[in-house]
Design a protein around this ligand. Structure first.
Ligand SMILES: NC(=O)c1ccc[n+]([C@@H]2O[C@H](COP(=O)([O-])OP(=O)(O)OC[C@H]3O[C@@H](n4cnc5c(N)ncnc54)[C@H](OP(=O)(O)O)[C@@H]3O)[C@@H](O)[C@H]2O)c1
Length: 258
């Protein structure tokens, strides 16, 4: 257990990939701050699972798209534990629609929750990590930052911003012994997929499996394992990188047929 006595905050960790990350870090010994925005029940269930393996967990409702929400989330973390060693910026939302149907409100909503939160969560995390002599920040991106998915234009732009923020933070926070990286998962079957018309229709998932050299979709646990690695001393010389965890899906120019 690498993370005994450490504390980790994972945004959007009641369900989906964030939940798997929180559970993985707890398995390594960390105490957790579980954050949700709309769905309390899965967040409480995740916290119960963490307590069942002997680690502490608090549940905090906060909208990371609002600066006040970020401030209250970190206040709750400070009040509960008085320290922070790991921050995982995982929460995401978005207005999925074509470019010509996007509206300024959707741009602001998406950018603030997905990208602005990374910067202002980091600002809150740094003093807490400095007090421990350092820490780790991992931001969750998406291959939509550089590839083009239907209706994903604003989320894709927010993910490109996350990857840029990751590089800047990696350099600026290095003197504080804070290691910053990003993880970019391929298709993971979570509730997020319900918001994509293209995934509800047709055979996109079977085709995606067929086009993945590793032969299956990425699981939430695959992503969580890489986040855990990036928070370990073995990864301390990886800085500002976005690690693709997609089973090789984005590599071939043409789909590989077995
Ligand atoms: N699934 C994929 O195929 C895939 C692929 C590439 C990248 N990703 C990335 O992986 C991350 C997790 O995705 P997922 O598939 O697990 O998504 P998900 O199942 O839709 O879960 C989203 C999580 O974010 C939280 N959230 C949403 N808006 C929030 C806000 N304003 N403040 C705080 N929390 C908020 C949700 O909380 P509530 O439960 O309270 O709503 C939920 O816990 C995201 O960054 C996503 O872009 C996913």
């Amino acid at each position: 257990m690498n993370l005994l006595e450490k504390t980790a905050l994972v945004t959007g960790s009641g369900r989906g990939i964030g939940r798997a990350i929180a559970l993985r870090l707890a398995q390594e010994g960390a105490d957790l701050i579980i954050n949700f925005f709309r769905n309390r029940a899965p967040a409480e269930a995740t916290a119960e699972q963490i307590r069942a393996i002997g680690r502490r967990a608090i549940v905090v409702k906060a909208n990371v798209g609002e600066i006040d929400g970020i401030n209250s989330l970190f206040k709750a973390a400070r009040d509960a534990y008085g320290r922070l060693d790991i921050l995982v910026c995982n929460a995401a939302s978005g207005y999925n629609r074509p470019a010509l149907k996007q509206k300024p409100k959707g741009w602001e909503w998406t950018m603030n929750i997905n990208a602005r939160s990374v910067l202002f969560c980091a600002q809150q995390a740094v003093p807490l990590m400095q007090a421990q002599g350092g820490g780790h920040i991992v931001n969750i991106s998406s291959p939509g930052s550089f590839r083009v998915l239907p209706d994903y234009i604003v989320v894709g732009a927010s993910k490109a911003a996350i990857e840029s923020l990751t590089r800047y933070l990696a350099v600026e926070l290095a003197p504080h012994n804070i290691v910053v990286n990003a993880v970019s998962p391929g298709i993971v079957q979570t509730d997020a997929l319900k918001h994509f018309d293209v995934l509800r229709e047709g055979n996109v998932i079977p085709h995606a499996i067929e086009a993945t050299p590793a032969g299956r979709l990425v699981s939430p646990e695959d992503v969580a394992n890489v986040v855990n690695f990036l928070c370990s001393p073995a990864a301390s010389m990886i800085r500002g990188q976005t690690i693709l965890v997609d089973g090789g899906y984005t590599l071939p120019v043409f789909a590989v047929t077995p």
